[in-house]
Design a protein around this ligand. Structure first.
Ligand SMILES: [Zn+2]
Ligand SMILES: [Zn+2]
Length: 432
């Protein structure tokens, strides 16, 4: 039996929420371009290998959560589970290393992971992200973190906690990983079944376990930040100095290990107290090996991703969506059939003048039309019938106050523009 429902783990973004998302995306585009970022749009699916190589074979994402399928040409394709690998693949493919560096790109779009659906967690979810490719300067790490914080502020979030950490590099990490494995091995008995597997597969993920007994063990585990080599230590200190200079408050969280294999050096995460257990609204980090992984020249990079669903919930809880007012400006009520053609001409003339307008398409009576206009929340109604066409005069009714004025038909558009400007902003300007 066919189920006419959205597939499990997916959800429809209905107009009230979709409008908010558009607003969040618009604010992001504005701010990101202020920092020199340009938009990029990559395919929603890639060759499976792109994610296996970048995210890492041992991660949960690659092992269990990818939507992988064979297409009709026998290629293994995967719906993108995250946005960074595709952008880096595009950077290499289009020789962007030959452009002036760093190359700063931002994206927005759906990502896909086959996870157990939970509150605020979907199998198709949206992310907003940036990537700054080509520089290892700690100042760009600080800028990236600052951009994320400033973006959250720009959409009205007030209370945020920023965690930062350093994940080291391929010079100091292998020795640390051995220490970590030894420590976890000694405490094997106290770890859950999943964590026992992680010891060999992906020991950094031990820090992400939700089991209390595992968390207790990991509290005393050696932390990467204590085993950084001089270069990584220096880099991390510089990032901190730049953040301090901008009075950005942060907490160093040695347990913060971004779960993907490609991260090096700076890692960061922002959480909102307005969200429940799933309180992270954005995170990112440096990935100095990724471009090479895709066959490009050694090129450092850093970026972040923000979860649109959670961001939208947090901004809503903060009460910071200024307005989701969808009120349209003008409804044209057709008093009799003879005026229909004139009404349709008027309708398009209004829209041409950037006045949002609509008309009845359901054959309602005049009374029915007014009821509809009221329900849909039009600000003004214009009455058009054979009487108005003959006299050359039309009435404009303010739907809120009930007040009515009469104006010459040939001045109607200008009059409406004037009235609308005097009163509230029109739909194109709300929300800001
Ligand atoms: Zn290092
Ligand atoms: Zn565990």
């Amino acid at each position: 039996m066919l189920q006419f429902k959205a597939p499990k783990g997916t959800t429809d973004i209905l107009p009230d929420v979709a409008r908010r998302w558009q607003y969040l995306e618009r604010k992001a585009a504005e701010l990101f371009s202020l920092y020199g970022y340009e938009p990029i749009i990559t395919p929603v699916f890639e060759h499976t290998e792109i994610f296996q190589r970048s995210i890492g074979m041992s991660t949960d994402i690659v092992q269990k959560e990818m939507y992988t399928f064979m297409d009709k040409g026998g290629r293994s394709l995967t719906l993108r589970p995250e946005g960074t690998a595709p952008v880096i693949r595009a950077y290499v493919e289009h020789n962007m290393n030959l452009l002036p560096q760093p190359v700063k790109l931002y994206y927005t779009g759906p990502m896909f992971r086959y996870e157990r659906p939970q509150a605020g967690r979907y199998r198709q979810f949206w992310q907003l992200g940036i990537e700054a490719i080509g520089s290892d300067d700690p100042a760009i790490d600080a800028e990236t973190i600052l951009l994320m914080i400033n973006y959250f502020k720009s959409v009205g979030l007030k209370e945020l906690t920023l965690y930062i950490n350093s994940m080291g590099c391929d010079k100091d990490r292998p020795a640390y990983i051995r220490l970590l494995k030894d420590y976890a091995g000694e405490n094997r008995e106290k770890l859950c079944k999943d964590c026992r597997k992680r010891i060999d597969l992906n020991p950094l993920r031990l820090f992400d376990c939700k089991e209390e007994s595992c968390q207790l063990v990991m509290q005393d585990a050696p932390k990467m930040i204590d085993y950084l080599d001089e270069a990584c230590k220096e880099h991390f200190n510089k990032v901190r100095q730049y953040l301090d200079m901008q009075s950005i408050v942060y907490i160093i969280k040695p347990e913060l290990v971004r779960g993907l294999d490609y991260y090096t050096k700076t890692a960061f995460e922002v959480v909102s107290p307005l969200l429940g257990a799933q309180n992270a609204i954005g995170g990112g980090g440096r990935y100095n090996k990724l471009v090479e992984e895709f066959g490009g020249p050694p090129t450092p990079g850093i970026g972040f991703a923000i979860g649109t669903e959670r961001l939208s919930i947090a901004v809503d809880k903060e009460g910071a969506f200024v307005s989701t007012d969808s009120k349209m400006d003008v409804f044209i009520a057709i008093a009799d059939e003879a005026a229909k053609s004139a009404a349709i001409n008027l309708l398009f003339a209004l829209r041409e003048a950037k006045i949002s307008a609509d008309i009845d398409y359901m054959g309602r009576s005049l009374k029915g039309q007014l009821k509809y206009a009221d329900k849909r929340g039009f600000k003004y109604t214009v009455f058009l019938g054979s009487r108005e066409l003959e006299s050359g005069k039309v009435a404009i009714k303010n739907m809120e106050t009930g007040e009515q004025i009469e104006v010459p038909l040939n001045e109607l558009v200008d009059k409406l523009l004037e009235i609308i400007k005097q009163n509230q902003p029109s739909i194109s300007q709300t929300i800001d």
